[in-house]
Design a protein around this ligand. Structure first.
Ligand code: PGA
Length: 271
């Protein structure tokens, strides 16, 4: 895991957006995995800014969102489809037909979940999956106890998640109890995972994810098994990490490597 610790939410947003922009430069027809929630909003704002000011082109990009509440149609103000339209899709030049969010109103859940997995496969798989993390350590709506091999399916939300998300609905009673979510296994198949976290409420979940054991009780910890994971966090969310200093040293070395400053890394010194 590459752990990047930055001073504040602004810096986290800019850094996360940079990973997306770099991918789009290399692969204009890339497949992005997107997340909802408050965490990725800053990164979306930065991408919108670059679209407006520098013409960042989303016209060939395909997107797949992680999850959707069951029972909410696409135009419901709290549906994740609506969230994505308002906060991202309507403000860039992505082709709406290339954007995918699970269907919260499909009653044949098994079929629609299978279809979602099939669409991801047909698009060639996800190149970069953006992830937030729940205070209970969930990624997407893979609540504690979810199989680490799980695929897109129906999931019951924990009371902790319902409490966390009540702020968007006005009251806990209005938060749907069920969601359709990509599974942990689905997420692990993305070529790269970009996990973002901001604020001290995420510090325990981040510590357990990065430095704890791999366990279905903290589904984000399954990311330790993935080949390419980037964790971008602010100081507050990184606060409980024991190996903070080492992660900073790795980033420093990475920066020197990217700049081709081999002497500063001691390469060639002993020749
Ligand atoms: P948040 O949600 O970004 O609103 O904190 C993250 C999550 O629950 O996955």
């Amino acid at each position: 895991m590459r752990v990047i610790i930055l001073p504040d939410a602004e810096a986290v947003a800019r850094r996360a957006a940079r990973f997306v922009v770099d991918l789009m430069a290399k692969k204009p027809a890339c497949v992005l995995g997107l997340a909802t929630g408050s965490t990725p909003l800053g990164a979306y704002r930065e991408l919108i800014r670059q679209h407006r000011e520098s013409g960042l082109d989303f016209s060939h990009v395909t997107t797949f969102n992680l999850d959707e509440y069951v029972g909410l149609g696409p135009s419901h103000p709290q549906s994740y489809r609506q969230f994505m339209q308002t906060n991202f899709f309507d403000q860039i030049n992505v082709d709406v037909n290339r954007t995918h969010v699970p269907d919260g109103r499909a009653l044949n859940f098994e079929h629609s979940c299978r279809l979602y997995e099939q669409r991801i496969a047909e698009a060639g798989g996800i190149d970069l999956q953006i992830l937030g993390i729940g205070t209970d350590g969930h990624i997407a709506f893979n609540e504690p106890g979810s199989s680490l091999g799980s695929r897109t399916r129906l999931k019951t939300l924990t009371s902790e998640t319902i409490r966390d998300n009540a702020r968007f609905f006005g009251s806990e009673e209005d938060v749907p109890r069920l969601a359709i979510t990509m599974g942990v296994g689905t997420i692990l198949e993305s070529r790269c995972c970009l996990l973002m976290a901001i604020g001290e409420s995420k510090a325990t979940a981040i510590r357990d994810t990065v430095e704890g054991p791999i366990t279905a009780q903290v589904t984000a910890s399954a990311l330790q098994l993935h080949r390419e994971v980037i964790v971008v966090v602010d100081e507050a969310a990184a606060n409980l990490l024991a190996r903070k200093d080492y992660y900073a040293e790795v980033e420093q070395a990475q920066t020197l490597l990217e700049a081709g400053d081999f002497r500063a890394l001691g390469i060639g010194k002993h020749a």
